[in-house]
Design a protein around this ligand. Sequence first.
Ligand SMILES: [Zn+2]
Length: 142
Amino acid sequence: MKNNLLEKKITNFVKKFGIRRAFCKDIFFYNIKKNTIDFSIYTDEREPAHIKFINNKYDTDITDWYFIFSLLHEIGHHETMNELTDNDWLTEILVRNHCDSEIYWNLKAEDLANKWAIQYLIDHTEKCWNFQKECYELMRQM
Ligand SMILES: [Zn+2]
């Protein structure tokens, strides 16, 4: 039930970008065919390395923003996909199985999504912080 509340909240958020809906799963993923986003409420072991990579590469600090950053990253795929060629996408799909590697994190599609997410955080800092806080609150009740 509480799960539904979180899905509903995040669906409302992604809908503003023209994404159909969001599903509570165990990974973050943008499904390009279905135009949906899966999000995860769990942390995983790759998280610290990924945060470090993002902070270094983009000269930023997303440490306390990882949930909203991860969500925005998936929205960023939707927002930047027109900037990619078919080949970029093919590489993305081929390397996806190794998604804990820096090779994957440096792919063009990933880079564009990261940059989009970071810029959105800069432009809407307070809104993002409050949104993340409200999501955490719903997670605590689950
Ligand atoms: Zn991605």
